[in-house]
Write a protein that binds this ligand. Structure first.
Ligand code: ADP
Length: 570
């Protein structure tokens, strides 16, 4: 809570002032009520004719003023809370968008997204409760003051009873905090499951998985139900406890007042005003009683958000970095080790050297570590032992933005952003001229299919680019890479077969793209491999054979076997 204050809330002094102002006004006006009632009853008893206009006027003024200040207070509170939530969301997003890919990929996207929605919601509710509690406290204090003013003996009796409530409320709060963490976790999991089912809607239908998905969702909803119920039952216990205590207080006060009246004590006005104050205090006191539980829920959400924000980013610029050196893109892997956390296979001593401008094909059985090797170059992961050099400099000594702007990467099955084709291409180089764009559109053979689209290059491609075929998506990704004009091209060749025409187009675009730059391809096609200047054959995270097609065939080793048996023989 303190951190929330220091990092977010305190930067909005104007809003805080407004809240305090309206809250005090509202609480003060509420505390005036019993006094008005007392006055009315005293006039009533004395048959005072002024009761006809003075009291109703007073009631209208007090209620109207209270309503107005309540309106102002609600607005001010909501505004502050929303601003704070927005601040947290921005911070969390900023962190996640820059942090290590491994941390982002650890959780399902929908689960991460739920941090921004459900956790934020619980924080929002808790904050509203906390701010309102501030108002409730003032109201209660005001009421207590007017109670003591009217009748201090009765007040003492009532006041003695309330502290008893503290113990069970404290206990319930802890329980609710735990339950709330569970519930938020479960909401995230449910969101991830739904996302998967809908994202794979085609597979679900074709493989008849509907029933399985229904059962999985059932289980998830069940768990969500249980987790939610746990919180609700914790929360629900607070109100009855407060109710009973409130009732006891009223009973004790009535008993004592009755006894005192028998002895000939205070006036009817005093007594009624006092009971009115006691009843008015019941609602804010109840709210204060359940405050702890609500606050714990918010703290649990806050905890999870801060945990994300605080996790340090490992892959970032060192304190001193050098700019990208001049060079044509010489890449050198030296004894590179990289193993995914919790795995025991990975790269274990990968060595190879690529001269500038050449094309290298990485081949090997699947799981050999080819794609992993590729991800190390833009530093999606960092090597754990050994090093990778680009034009003679360790990647980790280079400014990361320089490194990445020297690289273009075309993944196996590229997903596009749901924006226009043109904008998707422009990602490669945001300040590219129209002429540059026209060239790459030509180079990647995009105009052939773009011409038949309703809005040409300005057609939006749909979620992930699903309105385009696989081959078309690939060509857009290639155009993006072409536009970047990188020193280093990384390519994960598609394993899926394209239709002959697309395939031809893609190959054409590729050969243009490969010219005059160093290219690393995870290759699946014999045609690609044959045209490579160097083939690195990988097995179990190491390079076991090097050479061109002919030398490797003559070697009659793993490569020759792969060519004979695997998809390389296309
Ligand atoms: P290839 O591209 O040669 O088929 P990969 O580089 O994709 O091989 O995978 C190498 C090994 O690393 C495999 O055993 C694979 O299961 C594992 N692996 C790949 N990606 C991850 C990941 N994100 N987390 C954990 N293990 C992974």
């Amino acid at each position: 809570m303190k951190r929330l204050w220091q990092e977010e809330i305190k930067f909005h002094p104007k809003r805080i002032f407004l809240i305090v102002f309206f809250t005090i006004l509202m609480a003060g006006l509420t505390a005036l009520y019993p006094l008005v009632i007392r006055r009315a009853l005293d006039m009533f008893k004395d048959n005072d004719p002024r009761i006809l206009y003075q009291v109703p006027l007073l009631v209208v003024i007090v209620t109207a003023a209270k309503a107005a200040s309540q309106y102002g207070q609600t607005l001010a509170v909501q505004e502050l809370v929303l601003v704070v939530i927005r601040g947290l969301q921005n911070k969390m997003f900023l962190h996640l968008v820059y942090t290590d890919i491994a941390k982002v990929e650890r959780e399902a996207p929908a689960q991460l997204a739920s941090r921004f929605t459900t956790d934020a919601l619980s924080i929002r509710e808790a904050m509203i409760r906390v701010v309102n509690a501030f108002g409730d406290t003032i109201t209660v204090v005001g009421l207590i003051v007017s109670m003591f003013y009217m009748d201090w003996e009765l007040s003492l009796i009532a006041a003695l009873l309330y502290p008893i409530a503290a113990v069970p409320i404290q206990k319930l709060g802890k329980k609710v905090r735990r339950a709330s963490g569970n519930m938020q976790e479960q909401i995230g999991k449910t969101a991830a499951l739904l996302n998967e089912t809908f994202a794979q809607a085609r597979t679900v239908r074709v493989y008849g998985m509907e029933q399985r998905e229904v059962e999985r969702a059932h289980r998830s909803f069940d768990e969500l139900y249980n987790a939610t119920l746990k919180i609700i039952s914790g929360r629900a216990r607070v109100d009855p406890i407060m109710e009973v205590l409130g009732g006891s207080a009223v009973a004790a006060v009535l008993g004592f007042a009755g006894w005192r009246a028998a002895m000939g004590g205070a006036t009817l006005g005093d007594f009624s005003g006092f009971v009115a104050a006691l009843l008015l205090a019941a609602r804010p006191l109840r709210a204060l009683g359940s405050l702890n539980a609500a606050m714990q829920e918010g703290i649990s959400g806050l905890d999870r958000i801060f945990k994300i924000i605080d996790e340090p980013t490992q892959i970032c610029d060192k304190a001193t970095t050098t700019a990208l050196p001049d060079g044509q893109g010489r890449v050198r892997f030296e004894n590179v080790h990289f193993i995914y956390p919790g795995r025991h296979l990975g790269l274990q001593g990968l060595d190879f050297d690529v001269k500038p401008g050449l094309t290298v094909a990485l081949v090997g059985p699947s799981g050999a570590g080819k794609s992993t090797a590729l991800t190390l170059i833009p530093r999606l992961h960092d090597v754990q032992k050994g090093r990778i050099l680009l034009d003679g400099i360790d990647l980790r000594d280079m400014r990361m933005s320089d490194l990445r702007s020297a690289i273009a990467y075309v993944p196996q099955d590229p997903l596009l952003f749901d924006i226009s084709i043109l904008e998707n291409i422009r990602i490669g180089k945001p300040d590219a001229s129209d002429e540059d764009i026209r060239k790459v559109v030509e180079g990647a053979a995009i105009s052939q299919f773009v011409d038949s689209l309703p809005n040409g290059l300005n057609t939006r491609v749909g979620h992930g680019g699903q309105l385009l075929s696989g081959g078309q998506r690939q060509r857009v990704a290639l155009a993006r890479a072409l536009l970047r004009n990188p020193r280093l091209l990384l390519l994960d060749e598609a394993t899926s077969a394209l239709d002959t025409e697309s395939e031809y187009m893609v190959q054409q675009a590729l050969s243009k793209l490969r010219k005059d730059r160093t290219t690393l391809i995870v290759a699946h096609r014999l045609s690609t491999v044959r045209s490579a200047d160097l083939i690195v054959v990988m097995c179990d995270g190491r390079a076991v054979e090097y050479g061109n097609h002919e030398t490797l065939m003559n070697l009659n080793g793993l490569y020759a076997r792969l060519v004979q048996t695997q998809d390389l023989n296309r």
